[in-house]
Write a protein that binds this ligand. Sequence first.
Ligand SMILES: C[S@@+](CC[C@H](N)C(=O)[O-])C[C@H]1O[C@@H](n2cnc3c(N)ncnc32)[C@H](O)[C@@H]1O
Length: 169
Amino acid sequence: MTIEQVPHWSQPSHPAFITIKTYKEGSFSKYATASNPIPANTVIGDFSAATPATEKAYSSVQVSETDHIELNSDLLYANHSCNPNVAFDTDKGEVRSVRDIKEGEPITFNYLTTEWDMAQAFICECGSERCLGEIQGARFIPAKALEGQHVNSHIRRLLEKRDASSGKA
Ligand SMILES: C[S@@+](CC[C@H](N)C(=O)[O-])C[C@H]1O[C@@H](n2cnc3c(N)ncnc32)[C@H](O)[C@@H]1O
């Protein structure tokens, strides 16, 4: 069972960009929203507070084929969307808006652009037209499902290897 993290960092960690809200009772019920309007291509945060994760968890972000980090900041509360408005760029160690974001809008990224095989799968509630349903990791989806999104280099390599070995490349 995955235990929900109790924030151990000073909050708010990104007040100009992130306001945390709660949308339901129970676990995993918080989400990051935009504190202010955020223009496209704005860096809203980085991985400077991150530490290596001893094991992958619902809260960790995969940064290479083998390594995972804990963010130790309010970036943790960015929910997944299949049509996201920010990119977690693990090669640069930064989080960028990929389009204009309105004040109050949920800040979301596509977990499948960082995670290969997730510790905790879930049924996506993003509601977007391109929603993929169950989110388990990039290894469970066709590469074309991520077309047009910022796909990190470790996920691109892993998809290429998988598809080469199964003759799909
Ligand atoms: C890194 S946390 C994101 C913040 C989380 N909502 C919280 O309150 O801690 C990832 C977890 O949030 C939930 N989650 C994130 N995006 C979701 C989505 N699109 N639909 C349903 N649950 C989601 C899942 O439980 C997932 O394991």
